[in-house]
Unconditional design. Structure first.
Length: 66
């Protein structure tokens, strides 16, 4: 018998938890949570988006004028 962890015991943490999302195509679909972190697939039918993601025209700072 051997002491310590055998070589097969070290493979317990190697799982593909994050895979490619079938809706957005990014590698952000969490298999255990069954939810995409990028587009929200699996949690809702609507596309995940927030107002802080895009720049709005009236809120940007003008650095210089021509």
């Amino acid at each position: 018998m051997t002491k310590g962890t055998a070589s097969m015991g070290k493979k317990s943490g190697r799982r593909n938890l994050v895979q490619r999302c079938r809706r957005c195509g990014k590698r952000s679909y969490h298999v255990r949570n069954k939810k995409c972190a990028s587009c929200g697939y699996g949690a809702t039918a609507k596309l995940r988006k927030y107002n802080w993601q895009t720049r709005r025209n009236g809120k940007t700072r003008i650095r210089y004028r021509l």
